[in-house]
Every structure is written in structure tokens, then in C-alpha cells.
Unconditional design. Structure first.
Ligand SMILES: Cc1cc2nc3c(=O)[nH]c(=O)nc-3n(C[C@H](O)[C@H](O)[C@H](O)COP(=O)(O)OP(=O)(O)OC[C@H]3O[C@@H](n4cnc5c(N)ncnc54)[C@H](O)[C@@H]3O)c2cc1C
Length: 308
């Protein structure tokens, strides 16, 4: 298994349930993927069975189904040798691989202005504890779901200004409406950050109006940058795995263009796919069933967990 996001963790659990030995290789030092890194505090409302569950709790529950031996953190997979079976990074000989790398190894797109030392310390790309910003003036930069979720989370704790280069947001419209209705967040759109300096213990950021001449200065104690992540799934193309528009192409059994290599979760793409966790869980089940059929063609497939 490559990637210990929610989908990789569930795939490993489901594979173990079917009696398969698994190892999950995760590039970060902790498991959980996007929910754990980007929105651990958020209440997720669309995980089957749970009316609501925080992302951090979801990771905890997914990990409860695994043992320590299943998970290797701090290992970014890059190499595959296919001469003598499948060997990952010259170290792990496996019969099948499930790629569950999401958008690829996390590499946040940087704030476009140069900051050094003390200023850099006030620029954040992840955070775990919203309380660290309590009572402060916080600038949130970005227009996707992460920026909106962070604004929502901090709105009651801090003085939040949301800065985006367009009037329209990429994130969910309902989140934008909710934030606007709350009146707790100041919207600065369409503005782009053009200058930055640290003065009097605050970041002074010059914001230039997009399509206009206005430049205004805003002061923040800290800023949070949610400009997204650079996708880094192209490493698998060296293995012969085909990608379409940056996503790993799979067939109906979640198999890639290389036999024995499957892809699930946000890493894969096919017409109509929706990038949410529940869909990834289903894909993990399809992939594991296909692997069982592939590895043990003589066995009749046990589909229901009660019969395993
Ligand atoms: C702000 C925000 C809010 C969201 N809200 C919801 C929601 O309410 N409900 C919902 O269902 N979905 C939501 N999503 C989407 C959801 O988070 C993703 O669909 C889900 O995380 C995909 O899971 P995954 O396991 O496929 O990938 P990820 O969560 O991206 O995990 C992939 C893992 O693979 C690791 N990895 C990558 N490359 C390598 C490598 N080369 N070697 C080893 N490890 C590697 C990464 O470090 C990461 O840990 C939200 C997303 C965002 C950004």
C-alpha cells in the first residue's frame, strides 16, 4: 500500500480482513493524509454510518484496525523494480501494490512573497490546534475548501480576514454563504498579496486589487496559506503506470495499466469520480477483491465479511 491517507488505511484493514499481509508506506511522519493534515478539527458529515466525525477521530478509528507493523512512516516511495516480482525501493517485495497517494506527497504551494526568519515563522501551511491562533488577527489566503474550512474553524476564536484573488470561490458555495451570513469573517476579494514586511510584531501585507489600482495594507499576527499542493503522482509513470490529466488511469477493478498495480482514492481517475472519502473506501474494497481473485484464482471469492 502506498499512502496512509484514509483510503490507504482502510484498504490495508480490508486486505487484512481477507487474510492478506500488508505494509503501508507513508511519506509523512504521521498517517491520516489530507483530513489529518488539512482539517483535523473539521466535523465530516458524509462518512457512511457516522452522522458526524472529526477528521482526527476518523484517522484514530482507521488506525485501530491496524497493527504497528503494518505502517512505515517517513518513507516516500519512488522506485519500483519489476524483474523479479514487484520490489518497492529495493526493500519491499510484494505480490500486488495499491497506490493510495491522494494528490501526491504533500508539498504546499508557497506564499509568493519572500519572507525570512521571524516573518516566515508567522506563515503557516498546516495547523493542528486552532487554539494557537486564539485572540489574534489572522489572514487566510486561498479560495478552495481548505481556506473556507479554516475560516469557519477560526471565526469564533480569532479575527479572520479571508483574501482571495477572485470574487468567486472554488470551495463549496454553501460554506461561502455560511461564512458571509455569520458576519464574523472579513472578505477581501479580489485581492492579491504584493508586499510583505514584519513590523511591530505583525506581518504587514500589501494587497493589490485585481483588475483595479487600489492597494491596501493589512496587518496580521499570523497568516495561513491554502494555495493547494503540487501534485506529485507522476513518479508512477516511470513504472509504466499511465496517468490521464494527472490522475492514475484505472479499469473497473481499480487496476492500473500495469498488472498487479491498483490505484484507489484521490490518486485515481475515471469519468464521474468524485474526490470524497466514502468513494475511496468503496474503491479499496473493489481493489482488494480483485487482488484476491488475481492471487488465488482457484478460490471462490468470499465477499461478505461474516463468511471470511
Ligand atoms: C479542506 C478539505 C475538506 C474536505 N472535506 C471532505 C469531507 O467533508 N468529506 C469527504 O469525504 N472528503 C473531504 N475532502 C476530500 C478528502 O480529504 C479526500 O478525498 C481524501 O483525503 C482522499 O483520501 P486518500 O487516502 O485517497 O488521499 P490523501 O488523504 O491525500 O492521502 C494520501 C497519502 O499518501 C501519502 N503519499 C503521497 N505520495 C506518497 C509517496 N510517494 N510515498 C508514500 N506516501 C505518499 C501522502 O503523504 C498522504 O498521507 C476534503 C478535502 C479538503 C482539502
Amino acid at each position: 500500500m502506498i499512502g496512509a491517507g484514509p483510503v490507504g488505511l482502510f484498504a490495508a484493514y480490508f486486505a487484512r480482513l481477507h487474510g492478506l499481509k500488508t505494509v503501508i508506506l507513508e511519506s509523512l511522519n504521521e498517517p491520516g493524509g489530507q483530513p489529518e493534515m488539512l482539517y483535523p478539527f473539521k466535523k465530516i458529515l458524509d462518512i457512511p454510518v457516522f452522522q458526524e466525525i472529526t477528521a482526527a477521530d476518523l484517522t484514530k478509528r482507521l488506525l485501530a484496525g491496524l497493527t504497528d507493523q503494518d505502517l512505515v512512516t517517513g518513507h516516500k516511495v519512488s522506485k519500483l523494480t519489476q524483474d523479479d516480482g514487484l520490489v518497492i525501493d529495493d526493500e519491499y517485495q510484494v505480490r500486488s501494490i495499491i497506490i493510495a497517494t491522494g494528490n501526491g506527497a504533500f508539498k504546499a504551494k508557497k506564499f509568493p512573497l519572500k519572507a525570512d526568519g521571524a516573518a516566515e515563522d508567522r506563515i503557516h501551511y498546516f495547523f493542528k490546534n486552532p487554539q494557537q491562533f486564539a485572540g489574534q488577527k489572522i489572514g487566510i489566503f486561498g479560495g478552495g475548501d481548505t481556506a473556507l474550512d479554516w475560516s469557519q474553524e477560526l471565526a469564533d476564536l480569532a479575527q479572520v480576514t479571508l483574501v482571495h484573488r477572485r470574487d468567486q470561490f472554488r470551495g463549496m458555495e454553501s460554506s461561502v454563504d455560511k461564512l458571509k451570513a455569520s458576519g464574523k469573517v472579513t472578505f477581501r476579494t479580489p485581492y492579491l498579496p504584493k508586499s510583505l514586511q514584519l513590523a511591530g510584531g505583525q506581518l504587514k501585507i500589501g494587497l493589490k486589487q485585481v483588475g483595479g489600482d487600489e492597494v491596501r495594507e493589512e496587518s496580521f499576527d499570523q497568516i495561513l496559506v491554502a494555495y493547494g499542493f503540487r501534485a506529485d503522482n507522476r513518479f508512477v509513470s516511470k513504472w509504466g503506470v499511465e496517468l490521464k490529466q494527472g490522475l492514475i488511469d484505472v479499469d473497473r477493478a481499480m487496476q492500473t495499466s500495469v498488472a498487479g498495480i491498483y490505484a484507489v482514492g484521490d490518486a485515481c481517475g475515471y469519468p464521474g469520480r468524485v474526490p470524497i472519502i466514502g468513494i475511496g473506501f468503496g474503491e479499496a474494497q473493489i481493489a482488494v477483491n480483485a487482488i484476491m481473485q488475481d492471487l488465488f484464482p482457484e478460490k471462490s471469492l468470499t465477499i461478505h465479511s461474516t463468511s471470511i
